[in-house]
Design a protein around this ligand. Structure first.
Ligand code: FAD
Length: 277
């Protein structure tokens, strides 16, 4: 029997004791789906960086594989070296390497300008110790000058030594398949795992999508808007749509699924159960 494609779950570092307890409960609920690994985001500009390692160590102590994110904007080679040493000393062998979003007001972008420089630095300092994931943008990064420039930047980042990529979330599966075709035609062979965002709260999703350049297709936006304040209907519709999206992706060759859990288990668990996990 062939193995089902692997799942992974992304969390953010909690800021309070209550948040940490909520995350523990979330992880316990999601552990039943046997994730390949769980990743923990890393705040660009210093906001939550210690929390990333703390959360990763907790995940490891629970017997799950964990991957910290590491963003380089605003940082120095010395600081990134220290963090990598700390990760390595903690037995971590898997990182998600990012540029990070430039925090407003940041004047000094530091010694790394783009994620490909971070990937090259990790390889230079640590050889093959780390399995390196990078970010991919099927609908293109909001700051890129053109689709072609963004594709070139992605290929560059892969050639710097990435082992796999996780995509920004999207709701149109064609965007993902088109992106994969484009980068395969440019010689990229690494797995490109779709990032999946559950649909829970329309206003929040809409704000976030505008910021990160993920498109909510017009028909989907209008459909979700038509539910108004009826959150139960938004969630029910969202679960149907996201499950269908995951099914299409897996049936057509996606190598796995990476869920943006937002530290909550409910919607992600339902989608995983509906996928037969
Ligand atoms: P890059 O790959 O460096 O690309 C950034 C932009 O620069 C793109 O427009 C690209 O086209 C362009 N570019 C790249 N190289 C060049 C070049 N040589 N010359 C000119 N232009 C170039 N952010 C966080 O702060 N913390 C997190 O934990 C985090 N986790 C994430 C996880 C995933 C799966 C994803 C998809 C995103 C995550 N982000 C996170 C957000 C991410 O940091 C932002 O999207 C950021 O703006 C870009 O990061 P990147 O690593 O993709 O950058």
């Amino acid at each position: 029997m062939t193995q089902p494609q692997p799942l992974s779950f992304e969390f953010f570092p909690p800021k309070t004791a209550e948040g940490a307890e909520k995350l523990r409960i979330t992880r316990r609920q999601l552990a039943q789906f046997k994730p390949e690994y769980c990743s923990v985001t890393f705040g660009a500009g210093g906001s939550t960086q210690d929390g990333t390692l703390t959360a990763v160590l907790e995940i490891q102590s629970e017997g799950l594989a964990a991957a910290p994110h590491l963003s380089c904007i605003g940082s120095s080679r010395v600081r990134i070296s220290e963090i990598l040493q700390q990760y390595r000393a903690s037995g971590i062998r898997h990182v998600v390497a990012l540029r990070g979003d430039i925090p407003s007001g940041m004047l000094d972008v530091g010694e790394f300008r783009y994620a490909n420089e971070l990937v090259a630095f990790i390889r230079e300092q640590h050889g093959d110790w780390f399995h390196i994931e990078v970010a991919a943008y099927p609908e293109y990064h909001p700051q890129s000058n053109s689709a072609e420039a963004d594709l070139r930047a992605f290929v560059n980042k892969v050639n710097a030594g990435a082992d796999a990529a996780i995509t920004q979330y999207f709701f149109n599966p064609d965007a993902y398949f088109h992106f994969v075709d484009e980068v395969r035609a440019r010689g990229v062979t690494i797995p490109i795992v779709p990032g999946i965002m559950p649909i829970q709260n329309f206003n929040q999703l809409s704000r976030f999508s505008d910021m990160c350049g993920a498109e909510i297709p017009r028909w989907l936006r209008l459909r979700l808007q038509s539910f108004g304040d009826d959150t139960a209907s938004i969630r029910a519709f969202g679960l149907d749509y996201v499950t269908e999206l995951c099914d299409k992706l897996l049936d057509n060759g996606a190598p796995g699924l990476h869920f943006y859990t937002l530290n909550a288990a409910g919607a992600v668990s339902t989608v995983c159960q509906r996928l037969g996990r």
